[in-house]
Ligand binder design. Structure first.
Ligand code: FUL
Length: 480
């Protein structure tokens, strides 16, 4: 006679086996990015285009009284902008649709200070139309800067302005120009203590953007989508959390201190990664007199390391000139910058290493840090907030950049780490001691030759994750 318990026993054994093989991923820790915020951060570099009356007057902040005919690009070609952006590796373009002077680069029905009142293209021009079309033709995302501060609108400083501003947003975001990946809200206001004072309805502005463009990431000093990095020098904090305490703060004068914006707040309940906006020229708008001061490749690489390499997105301003084209000097510089990045990051010197260390088991093994798939990551067991990973190379490797990537869909966790190498002579040597990682961290180290590398996580807000560790040898931007 058959034993009636046998099938039951085998089933239980099978269940135990499955349970042993299935290792759960860590639970998300604290605030995590939305899918849109993650996709936004993965863009890494976007182009900022300041363009408008200031391009023709040489001002940084127009007064709002400029005659509309001032805006007269002689040879506007947005495909030239997007061709340059694409060749240089940018993923999106953000244009100053309305800067502080109030001039609208599209025929806004809410204003009498727009391209429609200018003689440019006999009042039939629309820069947003041409740029959004060029972006879709070249596979780039399209974003808009629409300044709340408006020196032209007579309603500014009265309750009527907020409604007018919402209708302005609606005319851009309502679908006429297709999907908008980022809405840029500048917090600047130069009215001064005796000027007009507008109490902005930020909840209404943000709700309008979300209603019309649910996938748009909203930039302001304090988000909600992404935050200002706190300076215009191209420099994110060496410690840079993508979480920010936003309670009680608002864009502009009510924002947190710039040091807080620069580094974020560890463990805060809101996800608002830093965006580093910086100009390739001294000013935000094009001026002939500044063409000899376009940043060098070396300066751009420094900015790249201190923005993208410090867990921030880089929004690099390259302003079109009075023709409506990107100056040859700037476009050439961008292509040189691209060539330098391609050269530096061409060969991942970590590949082929054998990787060992603790892990929470299957699916989260140390070797995952060499996988190009972002979703293949290494993780420690729950409750374990320190640990090491060791890479052993088949032959000595020479490098000076260590690139790390946390798996941020589960939150930003790592708070302190250090890196040691084993020299061919057999000595261990520490080459870096840092704090945060985030989506991407590129650690600049001295140029070293190593037979092994050890990454030690010294502190983490919860069990750490790591999606990638890569090594590169930068022979162009060497600090030594
Ligand atoms: C600042 C503005 O006042 C500048 O003109 C520029 O647009 C910059 C990106 O943001 O706050």
């Amino acid at each position: 006679m058959k034993n009636p318990c046998r099938p039951c026993l085998s089933f239980c054994l099978l269940l135990c086996l499955v349970a042993a093989c299935t290792v759960r991923p860590p639970e998300p820790y604290g605030a995590v990015p939305t899918p849109q915020q993650l996709a936004w951060q993965q863009m890494e570099m976007n182009l900022f285009c300041h363009f408008g009356p200031n391009t023709f007057t040489g001002a940084e902040w127009g007064t709002g009284t400029e005659p509309e005919d001032i805006f007269c690009p002689t040879d506007l070609d947005c495909r030239q902008w997007t061709a340059v952006a694409r060749a240089a590796g940018f993923k999106g373009v953000i244009i100053t649709a309305k800067h502080h002077d109030g001039f609208c680069l599209w025929p806004s029905p809410e204003s009498l200070h727009t391209v429609a009142q200018s003689a440019w293209r006999e009042g039939n021009g629309d820069v947003l139309r041409e740029l959004s079309d060029a972006c879709s033709a070249d596979g780039l995302k399209f974003g808009v800067y629409i300044s709340p501060w408006d020196r032209n609108d007579p309603r500014y400083g009265t309750p009527a302005y907020n409604g007018a501003f919402v209708r302005t947003l609606e005319s851009v975001l309502g679908g006429a120009y297709g999907p908008v990946f980022e809405q840029w809200f500048d917090g600047a206001c130069g009215e001064g203590p005796t000027g007009r004072r507008q109490v902005y309805d930020w909840p209404l502005f943000n709700a309008t953007v979300h209603r019309l463009q649910p996938d748009a990431v909203i930039f302001s000093d304090v988000g909600p989508g992404c935050r200002w990095v706190g300076n215009e020098a191209g420099c994110a904090g060496r410690t840079n959390w993508s979480t920010l305490e936003v309670e009680g703060f608002e864009p502009g004068a009510g924002s947190p201190p710039v040091e807080v914006l620069n580094g974020g707040t560890p463990g805060a309940s809101h996800w608002a990664a830093a965006e580093t906006d910086v100009s390739i020229r001294p000013g935000w708008f094009w001026r002939a007199s500044e063409t000899d001061r376009v940043k060098s490749v070396r300066e751009l690489l420094k900015i790249y390391y201190e923005s993208v390499g410090r867990n921030s997105l880089l929004l690099l301003n390259v302003p079109p000139d009075t023709r409506g084209r990107i100056d040859a000097v700037d476009s050439l510089r961008l292509l040189e910058f691209r060539a330098a990045l391609d050269d530096i990051f061409a060969i991942d010197l970590a590949s082929g290493a054998s990787v060992s260390g603790d892990s929470r088991g299957r699916r989260f093994i140390p070797a995952n840090i060499l996988s190009p798939e972002y979703d293949h990551y290494w993780a420690l067991p729950d409750g374990q907030t320190t640990g090491t990973l060791m890479l052993t190379f088949p032959e000595p490797r020479t490098f000076n950049r260590v690139m790390l990537q946390e798996y941020i869909p589960l939150g930003q966790r790592i708070a302190a780490f250090h890196i040691d190498i084993l020299t061919p002579e057999g000595d261990w040597r520490q080459i870096a001691r840092e704090t945060t990682v985030g989506y991407k961290r590129i650690v600049l180290t001295p140029t070293v030759t190593a037979t092994a590398l050890r990454l030690t996580i010294d502190q983490s807000l919860s069990c750490p994750t790591l999606s990638r560790l890569s090594l590169f040898n930068d022979k162009i931007y060497c600090e030594e």
